[in-house]
Ligand binder design. Structure first.
Ligand code: AMP
Length: 304
């Protein structure tokens, strides 16, 4: 079916109550693609890095069967950098710095072989760049988009324009409230539907994720883990698992959207167990299936 992913590639410096990493591999495109690569291959990757991007990261992406034809390497530039600190409540984080670097002049070039991608996942980057990508591909079957507070606050008009072209938006609770000025999440989701995406997914960190469409509301819990080290990328791993499953099955029925939400939650749960992308590195299909199935047990009960 072909899944195209665009987003950031970053060196993340992250502090959580359980440890820290400096300049570790991160970025929305990385987490989305690595998660999706467990379901569909090759994932078509569009992003930019600087001359400082190490070969070992390139090798890792290639090993995950990620097609890097759309990766631009700006030799004289520096890779995007982001710093974040998590509170004791891991649902709360502060962005310490955002250095766009090579993203400031990024002009996404879509290789000819990527243009017919049926599934497109717009990771969190400047909404203008997200829109440029959509203008440069043939009409996809499904466009899934993500964003974050940074863009909602700094480029609201541009984001509104890009949202018109999204079929699915994946946002967290605070982003949903910020986008709509509406504290109630069900109402916020309905307002977002008026802005473009007909499928809204609201991620609630350790409280799971809720899918809202015109006629469905479905909630999946987050997997109750005993060890969470680094929530960075959980939202992107969710998006990658979600869209990866849809690209694999090419089935957009309500039931399959629910399965995709649970696969998204499954990949997010592996992501947060370790720092950077380490939790997504060497998973087996069996491990993913085991955890996916255990989601059913989490909320199954005898209704009598
Ligand atoms: P998440 O935890 O799913 O929200 O994603 C965190 C990832 O987003 C990190 O790996 C960061 O490198 C990346 N990121 C943070 N801020 C931005 C931004 N303004 N634009 C693009 N990517 C960002």
């Amino acid at each position: 079916m072909g899944l195209l992913v665009v987003g950031s590639v970053a060196f993340d410096s992250v502090e959580t109550p359980f440890g820290s990493v400096k300049e570790a591999l991160g970025g929305s495109a990385i987490y989305i693609s690595v998660a999706a690569s467990y379901f569909t291959a090759p994932v078509r990757f569009v992003a930019v890095v600087g001359g400082d991007f190490p070969k070992e990261h390139i090798r890792f992406l290639e090993e995950r069967n990620i097609d890097l034809d759309g990766l631009q390497i700006v030799q004289e530039g520096k890779t995007f950098r982001w710093g974040g600190r998590y509170h004791y409540d891991l649902n709360m984080r502060d962005s310490l710095y955002t250095e766009l670097n090579v993203f400031e002049k990024f002009n996404p070039v879509i290789p000819g072989s990527f243009k017919n991608s049926a599934y497109v996942c717009l990771g969190n980057i400047d909404p203008i760049l997200q829109r440029q990508v959509l203008e440069r591909v043939a009409k996809p079957r499904l466009v899934v988009g993500d964003t974050m507070n940074y863009w909602i606050e700094s480029k609201p008009k541009e984001l509104a324009e890009t949202m018109k072209a999204m079929d699915v938006i994946v946002v967290n609770e605070s982003e949903a409230r910020l986008l709509t000025n509406e504290p109630n999440l069900v109402k916020a989701a309905k307002r977002i539907m008026k802005l473009g995406p007909k499928i809204v997914i609201i991620k609630k960190g350790e409280h799971g994720a809720t899918l809202v469409t015109e006629d469905t509301i479905f909630s999946a819990p987050a997997y109750p883990l005993e060890n969470i080290n680094d929530p960075t990328g959980a939202g992107d791993a969710f998006a990658g698992g979600f869209v990866g499953w849809l690209a694999r099955t090419d089935d957009l029925s309500a039931e399959n959207l629910k399965r995709a939400v649970v696969y998204g939650s499954t990949l997010a749960s592996f992501c947060v167990e370790k720092f950077s992308v380490d939790g997504l590195k060497d998973l087996t299909y069996l491990q993913i299936q085991d955890r996916y199935r255990s989601f059913v047990q989490l909320s199954r009960f005898d209704e009598r």
